[in-house]
Design a protein around this ligand. Structure first.
Ligand code: SF4
Length: 312
């Protein structure tokens, strides 16, 4: 089967092509924010898996200033994909962790860099950094640009959120989604498959939660272990065993089969930097993971949402 013609899940790349008529790439940026879960406002040390880059793409060089980051990535992406357009993606750390006026200045300054190629804006943050005035500001951008709010949730279980030191509860996340949705913001939720103590029923509970909330997209990451993190210590003590390749592929398919077909899939695998990756090493081969998920769905003869559609 040609996966491009008949995808078994709701691919973001396809949606972007329908809207803009060309390939659109998210272009990650590190604007020098911190995170309340690292600097002591909520907790010290951060989520147990968080790298010193604040969950940013390995392609990001935060020693460059913001404009230089853009120009460098733009050149790389144009070389790789030809005539594509870009969505600015404020990715590293917590990108609304500042007063709204400062955020406005920052986003405004970036959006004028390249009026020809920048077609949208995506801002990743935590639910405890989404105060009403910040959401009002983001809603303002959503009126003028193609805009996504990315919210980290990772687990639908409070006991797991505690175990991974997320520093927020499920109730806080739900409240942020309700307030963002009341402003018509498009929300992409980040989740992790393979968290300590979690298995198939937790993944299914996550799909059910996302289905119930009218969120617009999901980004799925497999949990991987970065050197010198609390998770690495758990791994060395044998308190955490990472998923095998096949377990990840199966759980991701289980999740997709349960997820509403209306929810866009922005990402299906992680993209760790090989220098910092301790385990599992298969995680660094993103394309093999993607291809295995598509083949597994095909072998099961299923697709996104099939288990809810067949029971409704
Ligand atoms: S919320 Fe993000 S940046 Fe903050 S500690 Fe967790 S993973 Fe790191």
């Amino acid at each position: 089967m040609n996966h491009q013609i008949n995808p078994r899940y709701n691919k973001f790349s396809r949606r972007l092509r329908e809207i803009f008529g060309c390939r659109v790439q998210k272009l990650p940026l590190d604007a020098g924010f911190s995170c309340p879960n690292r600097d002591g406002s909520v907790s010290y040390g951060g989520c147990i898996y968080c790298s010193s880059k604040g969950a940013a793409s390995p392609m990001l060089d935060n020693t460059d200033n913001l404009r230089a980051q853009y120009e460098k990535s733009r050149r790389i992406l144009k070389r790789k994909y030809g005539n594509c357009k870009f969505m600015l993606y404020f990715q590293a750390y917590t990108n609304t962790y500042a007063p709204a006026a400062k955020l406005r200045k920052l986003y405004d300054s970036a959006l004028v860099w390249d009026k020809q190629d920048i077609v949208g804006l995506s801002v990743a943050t935590r639910c405890d950094c989404a105060a009403d005035d910040v959401l009002d500001l983001l809603a303002d951008y959503a009126q003028k640009y193609y805009f996504w709010l990315e919210l980290g949730l990772q687990s639908a279980r409070d006991h797991t959120l505690k175990l991974i030191n997320r520093g927020h509860t499920l109730a806080q996340y739900k409240d942020a989604v309700t307030r963002a949705k009341s402003r018509n913001l498009k929300i992409c939720v980040h989740i992790i498959i393979g968290l300590p103590g979690e298995g198939r029923e937790d993944i299914i509970a996550m799909a059910d939660l996302l289905n119930s909330q009218s969120i617009d997209a999901v980004k799925i990451h497999g949990l991987y272990i970065i050197r010198d993190t609390p998770l690495a210590k758990m791994y060395y003590r044998n308190d955490y065993i990472p998923l095998t390749f096949n377990q990840y592929v199966d759980l991701t398919c289980d999740f997709l089969e349960r997820l509403s077909p209306d929810i866009i899939i922005q990402r299906l695998s992680s993209d760790p930097g090989t220098d910092e990756l301790l385990a599992p090493l298969w995680m660094s081969n993103k394309f093999e993971v993607l291809s295995a998920i598509e083949s597994r769905l095909e072998a099961r003869n299923t697709r996104q949402g099939i288990s809810i559609l067949s029971t409704s």
